[in-house]
Write a protein that binds this ligand. Structure first.
Ligand SMILES: *Cc1c(COP(=O)(O)O)cnc(C)c1O
Length: 376
């Protein structure tokens, strides 16, 4: 078996143990005589798989009882429409505010325009100066105390981790001190879910496509506070009405059974490996090692403000961009996959999700050092 280090942004590397468990169970899940793919989603075997997945996810993130946990389809991109469809009509508000931090937040904001009066609470779309250094668009975050939130907005949306740009909003704002105590906060955590604890007391809704840090593509995790349910717009598709999905334990229609099973195996792997607290510590250690190396180098650079650098997705540049093709060819030959940056940003990007061990980051840093010695 050949398993190089895979730094892809998503779909992304999975724990080898999880893949091996799935392989062992592929044709006959635990003596049932069926693959999980072949089971009725309402049968006793699958009910157990689903219920354990939800219970394990609740345990990992200490999800309070007043939140529903939903397994949905359509990815985080569908949620960009599903969220306004479900929340914007609450109390006849019809308006929502968005913090623009990069590619994904902008996509959410763009989609929401179809459903109501959508305003920008803050944006990092311009360049900005901090401590005598200039940072480019989407390389920094607007200070939370500068956000402008309408007190009668149906919700405030933010992206907690910009997978492409590489900025992370680690601490959730306090809506009361923004003058909007009654505005629920909605967070896209697609690429940093399960890497840190979540303060649900500050949130109304959290969502995440699974394929970055929680499992394979095909299932979207949604955590929604129960009092926000029941306000879907009349034209909200039934399968996307949170009330229907919650009422049917995420089986309003056939759920993505295999993707939920795989995510469930990841949750069990996380529980065996110290849970979210251990992932939080490991994420800090991995990111610190990589940024530390980049900052000390004269060949590479991070262009993100140090206070908001993502621990999950690390975009970096070779100062001499003419070396990019050589870098990519040699890194791949050295067993380091998918380091090419997103086309919107260019350069390189290393994604350091939970399934990437420190050892993989160390191999990457050794390669960076070796490449720098030869080309610096
Ligand atoms: C990948 C990603 C999305 C889009 O997810 P899909 O599942 O492809 O719809 C949205 N937001 C963030 C932060 C992402 O990383």
């Amino acid at each position: 078996m050949n398993r190089p280090w895979n730094f892809a942004a998503g779909p992304s590397t999975m724990p080898l143990e999880v893949l091996q468990q799935a392989a062992a169970d592929l044709c006959d899940w635990q003596g049932s005589g069926m693959s999980v793919m072949e089971m009725s989603h309402r049968g006793k075997h699958y009910s157990r798989i689903r219920d354990e997945a939800e219970a394990d996810l609740r345990a990992l993130l200490a999800v309070p009882d007043d939140f529903e946990v939903l397994f949905m389809q359509g990815g985080a991109s569908a949620q960009n429409a599903v969220i306004p469809l479900n929340l914007i009509g609450r109390a006849g508000r019809g308006r929502a505010d968005y913090v623009l931090s990069g590619h994904w937040a902008r996509k959410s904001w763009n989609e929401a325009q179809r459903y109501g009066d959508i305003a920008v609470a803050a944006t990092a779309e311009s360049e900005a100066d901090f401590d005598g250094r200039r940072y480019g668009a989407w390389c920094w975050l607007p200070a939370q105390d500068q956000w402008r939130v309408r007190p009668d907005a149906a919700y405030l949306h933010l992206c907690a981790n910009e997978t492409i740009g590489g900025v992370e909003q680690a601490v959730m704002p306090d809506m009361a001190s923004l003058g909007a105590p009654d505005v629920p906060l909605v967070a896209d955590m697609s690429s940093n879910i399960l890497s840190r604890s979540i303060d649900f007391s500050k949130l109304g809704l959290v969502y995440a496509g699974a394929q970055k840090n929680a499992g394979p593509a095909g299932v979207t995790l949604v955590f929604v506070r129960k009092d926000l349910l029941g306000h879907a717009l009349p034209h909200c598709p039934s399968v996307f009405d949170y009330t229907n999905v919650a009422g049917a334990q995420s089986m309003f229609n056939t759920p993505p059974t295999y993707a939920i099973y795989m995510a469930g195996l990841v949750f069990k792997w996380l529980l065996r490996n110290g849970g979210v607290a251990a992932m939080d510590v490991a994420s800090t250690r991995k990111a610190a090692a990589l940024y530390g190396y980049l900052d000390g180098s004269s060949l590479y650079e991070s262009r993100i403000h140090p206070a908001v650098r993502s621990r999950m997705n690390v975009p970096f540049f070779l100062r001499d961009e003419s070396l990019n093709a050589t870098f990519l060819a040699q890194s791949e030959a050295a067993g380091l996959l998918a380091l090419k940056g997103h086309k919107a940003v260019g350069g390189m990007r290393a994604s350091l999700y939970n399934a990437m061990p420190f050892e993989g980051v160390q191999v990457l840093i050794d390669f960076l050092r070796d490449f720098e010695a030869r080309h610096g």
